[in-house]
Design a protein around this ligand. Sequence first.
Ligand code: UFG
Length: 345
Amino acid sequence: MSLHILVTGGAGYIGSHVCVALLEGGYQVTVIDNFSNSHPEALERVAKLGGGAVTLIEADLADEGSIDFIRQQVAERPVHGAIHLAGLKAVGESVAKPALYYHTNINATLNLIEIMGAVGSNTIVFSSSATVYGEGNKNPLTEAAVSYAPTNPYGRTKYYNENILRDLYISNNDWRIANLRYFNPVGAHPSGLIGEDPQGTPNNLFPYIAQVAVGRREKLSVFGGDYPTRDGSGVRDYIHVQDLASGHVAALQFLHNQQEGCTADVNLGTGKGVSVFEAISAFERVSSRAIPFEVTARRPGDLAEVYADVTLARQLFDWEAKYDLEQMCADHWRWQMQNPSGYNG
Ligand code: UFG
């Protein structure tokens, strides 16, 4: 019997790649999504790529009024675990609308816990972020951080959700919990069929570069050229979304293989830092397009350099990132070229 996994936010950028990886791994998949920042077309393409159907529960996991409906739907199928990605994710918006972020991201987690408890399933892989480390830690960032100081409401929702899940395990040691701390997810499925489809002006570097390369935007603003880094621009640990997806499947296998309940906080990154200028050059090489840019002021809240220590993921999950920067750019570019207006195009 194949295992059945609930994927919250399964139609989103990371969720869609996770669903394909699960289908390829022989899992059955049910998605909960309300399409607030995603497109139903993504699930059609997931089914095509993964060679299997995805069951959809279209509902808002953060909405108290939807819980009975979702619980009923989930109770109709045995679920062996959940990968929890549903939530809001724009840092700037979270500063402007903190209550919306706390309400949505915390309630989605609390409601999922209630639903999983009700159907007797105790495995949750949570989509956390390197943002939980915040300021004051040394690179490479290890999971045993000296301080946890996320710098914005979005980051704090990730931090609080991690703690909620850890407290759940403390209350009942049967739970199997993995908090996956993503570094910077980029790229797309090599088919070019699924990828990131940001609404409005992209906040993140790769989608912005891709839209400049395709001619949708005039030039990139490089936020700060005077950081104490090797070329003055910000350094991040970019990870191919395909690697991230396989990391979720590895985490799930790890949890299912444990004799007893457990909780683990694990970085998912490559362990390598890449500067903004290096990312621009790599994208130019791969796309054969010029990326006009101008160096502007630093973006408030940005750190100079962030990259992961990836030892723990290797030890616990027997997993490591395989794709390099060129492949991240090539796949991101293919998705952008084939879908210039995202899923609406
Ligand atoms: N950058 C630019 N110009 C842009 C966009 C970004 O120069 O138009 C720079 C940033 O200053 C930074 C780097 O490119 O140095 C990466 O920025 P992103 O916005 O792509 O990513 P962040 O590292 O700021 O944010 C990511 C995730 C967040 C998460 C955060 C902290 O997108 O969800 O990491 O881990 F909270």
